[in-house]
Design a protein around this ligand. Structure first.
Ligand code: R5P
Length: 281
């Protein structure tokens, strides 16, 4: 049976349709002190929990779901993280800081037998769960979100870390070049982009990234592309957090359209990763 966290209801339902695995029900009880408790109707041996952990309460809910279905008799639990929060904090930059990705992974790993994470920020996070964990690369589906008539498109990664995603989307699209810009992060809302010399004048450019959060990284790249005469700038990413005024910042910088998956459902969601997950299960 599939059990969904609050942040993955629509994806869980699609996964159930594609995999023909029944979808269980979950209810929540809120307490006056701010605590909450989940309750499920889980039945069976294998519990598949699908829960994006975008917030601290999503994370806490996931731990409760794991415990609830183990208590209800699950002998095997698979935890799917369509989006894993805190995974970008995968380095101790200064003394006294945690490696948050490891802390989150360790806690999730205690309540499950295996983990599937969709495009974690770095695949090395899989080593921290203490149980078998694999990263699922959903980037090829991003090609399905794009207009089919792009001419001589350029798939551009806004930083070196995203070049493999840009290549994978280009390969799935079937035609086009790839390139990347260099990025130095100054703070959580400030980045410095050093562009390559690639010629973008009159071309359709697709900026590809794993996560768009504040939109700072992509909008800085888009502005450079726009100033260099790119014809249309599309943005596609796996996980669209789009916090604060990210949409405005992107549109002001010349972005024509944003396309994303349902790892986090937003108005920009154009494709589901459910068929990929169903195949993997
Ligand atoms: C970082 O390396 C990621 O791949 C993204 O580029 C980053 O998370 C985007 O964040 P923001 O939209 O806040 O610039």
């Amino acid at each position: 049976m599939i059990i969904s966290g609050s942040a993955s209801i629509s994806l869980a339902s699609s996964l159930s349709s594609h995999s023909k695995i029944p979808l269980g029900k979950t209810t929540h009880q809120n307490f006056p002190d701010g605590e909450f408790m989940v309750q499920t109707n889980f039945k069976g041996d294998h519990g598949i929990i699908i829960a994006a952990t975008r917030s601290a309460s999503d994370h806490l809910e996931l731990l409760q779901l794991q415990d609830a279905i183990r208590e209800a008799g699950a002998t095997k639990i698979t935890t799917i993280l369509p989006y894993m929060g805190y995974a970008r904090q995968d380095t101790v930059f200064e003394p006294g800081q945690p490696l948050s990705a490891r802390a989150m992974a360790r806690s999730i790993g205690t309540g499950t037998d295996r983990v599937i994470i969709v495009n974690p920020h770095k695949n090395t996070v899989c080593d921290y769960f203490g149980v078998p964990a694999i990263a699922l690369d959903a980037s090829p589906v991003l090609a399905q979100t794009l207009p089919t008539n792009l001419e001589n498109p350029l798939f551009l990664a806004p930083d070196a870390g995203a070049i493999s995603l840009a290549k994978s989307v280009r390969d799935a699209y079937g035609t086009g070049d790839t390139d990347y810009f260099e990025k130095d992060r100054i703070s959580s809302t400030e980045v410095q982009i050093s562009p390559s010399t690639v010629d973008v004048a009159g071309r359709d450019v697709i900026c590809v990234d794993d996560i768009i959060s504040t939109g700072t990284t992509t909008s800085k790249s888009a502005r450079i592309l726009h100033d260099r005469g790119a014809k249309t700038i599309f943005v596609t990413c796996i996980h669209a957090l789009l916090v604060e005024d990210a949409r405005k910042m992107l549109s002001d910088s010349g972005v024509g359209a944003i396309y994303t998956t349902d790892t986090i459902v937003t108005p920009e969601t154009k494709v589901s990763i459910a068929p990929l997950l169903a195949k993997l299960l």
